[in-house]
Design a protein around this ligand. Sequence first.
Ligand code: BGC
Length: 453
Amino acid sequence: MQDQRLKDFLKEFIISDSQLHEVYKRFTTEIQNGLSLATRKQADIKCYMTYIQDLPTGDEKGNYLALDLGGTNFRVLHVSLKGHHEAEIESKVFVVDKELMTGHGTQLFDHIANCLAEFVNEYSLNNQHLPLGFTFSFPCVQLGLTKALLVRWTKGFNCAGSVQEDVGRLLKEAIARRGDLEINVMAILNDTTGTLMSCAHRNPECRIGVIVGTGCNACYVERVENAELLESEYKVDKTHIIVNTEWGAFGESGKLEFVRTDYDRTIDKASLNVGSQLLEKMISGMYLGELVRLVLADAISENLIFSRTSDKQSLINTLRENVCCFEARFISEIENDNFPDFQQTRTILKELFAMEKASVEDCQKLRYICECISRRAANLVAVGISSLINRIAEPHVVVGVDGSVYRLHPHFDAYMRETMRKLVNPKITFDLMLSEDGSGRGAALVAAVASKN
Ligand code: BGC
């Protein structure tokens, strides 16, 4: 892409090496602050204890149920762990519509219990008393494996009456209200923990679990002596604990202002959780498409792209008036497209604007806009992962990664690795591994590991 004016316009999305190192420094301090009793109150990154202290060995066996709430879909799963690092999974996706996502918590949990009942009936699992792992992908203060107080809703959720409540209790009460289910809730976990457990099940060198999907977050294996919040009884027999960083909250006390743009501020202001999850809002699938939508509208009005289109104003209006019309998956499709045909890009332009003919140059420009925004996101994820790898400081660290953005974007992994090579201590080698059904298999593994203790 040669157009200097468009390049200048997008400059604020390009993180320079010195900015990258500064974000890295601030992020690393914030993790330390989250772990230390004296500083954690003010820390953006809270580093929650998960109470999971064992990684799987691969020998785990047995049948489990899992619930997965907080990503693109709500799912109920039946997981059979087979030993020898193997698992078989049956699952069903259920719709959680916007009304449920922003209604009362009781309705949401009743819906979850209803879906669970439908699933166990369909698969004839009800009289088996199966242990259940609940992957609940929102920030929680855990008071043990089955007690988790919801700190705040994130992403598109905002249900009344549930913040500060124990989501384990809310689930059990909803199950009891039905009166026909025999379920044993064994563990509540975050999707990052599920990802870490699921990857460690296959590769024992896995120490970090990352999600780059609708939301963004990571967990990692910390030494118990560094986890100041952890009660001493958990430090006697075990050397490590999985910490759920909730890094998506980074930036809430202003530490990212030097790299945030007015577009990021606009997105935050229009969100369900103003002022919260500021790092997440620069990275995750829920917001990436919105960033492109806003940038594209301005770029058109500045005559930087589609300047020869006869009805420019109608393109601008379409973009400004239709919140969320530019989906994150479009970014992946556009960056995956072939020069000079740009077939997928043209399909998207037709869908969005009924545009019949776009020039090759305009397609290249649109791709450049997408690339600047996704590369910035990947750089920020790389900062977080690099910081955790250096903190773990083992000679080789494997990172399990999942989430729609990471999975679908053709270059996200490459962008991340490029930046990680700049930040990870050169004495440490690392690898990124795509997780296979972390939220299902991971939930079963947590339940399995928990029942061993
Ligand atoms: C939540 C995390 C979750 C992440 C990815 C964030 O919004 O706060 O708990 O791990 O999304 O799903």
